[in-house]
Ligand binder design. Structure first.
Ligand SMILES: [Zn+2]
Ligand SMILES: [Zn+2]
Length: 101
C-alpha cells in the first residue's frame, strides 16, 4: 500500500519579508516627494535609508544614482545581488558609496 504524502507547503517567510520591504519602500517614496524637487540647483541632502528607514543613506545605486541605502543595507544588498533600484526599479549594475562633505 502506497502512501501519497502531499508536498510540504512552501515557506511564507520570504513573501512576507518582501511585502514588508515593499511597503516600507512605498512609504519612503511617498515621504521623499518634495514640492520643490525640480529646483535643479541645490543637491538634496541624502535622506534615510529606504530599506531600514533608520540610518542615513550613504550608498547610491548605479546607474540611476538614487541615494537610498545605508552601509548595512548596502552590504546586505550586495551579498544578495540587488537587481533593481528600490526607488525607481531600474536595473542595478553597481552599488557605490558616496561621501558627504
Ligand atoms: Zn538601511
Ligand atoms: Zn533608482
Amino acid at each position: 500500500m502506497e502512501i501519497d504524502m502531499p508536498p510540504p507547503p512552501p515557506p511564507q517567510q520570504q513573501h512576507q519579508q518582501f511585502s514588508a520591504t515593499a511597503a516600507a519602500i512605498a512609504a519612503a517614496a511617498a515621504a521623499a516627494v518634495e514640492p520643490n524637487a525640480n529646483d535643479g540647483g541645490a543637491l538634496a541632502s541624502p535622506g534615510p535609508c529606504v530599506v531600514c528607514l533608520d540610518k542615513l543613506s550613504r550608498f547610491i545605486v548605479w546607474p540611476c544614482c538614487h541615494i537610498c541605502l545605508c552601509a548595512d543595507c548596502a552590504a546586505k544588498k550586495k551579498r544578495k545581488a540587488l537587481k533593481k533600484c528600490p526607488v525607481c526599479r531600474k536595473p542595478v549594475r553597481d552599488i557605490r558609496q558616496i561621501y558627504v562633505a
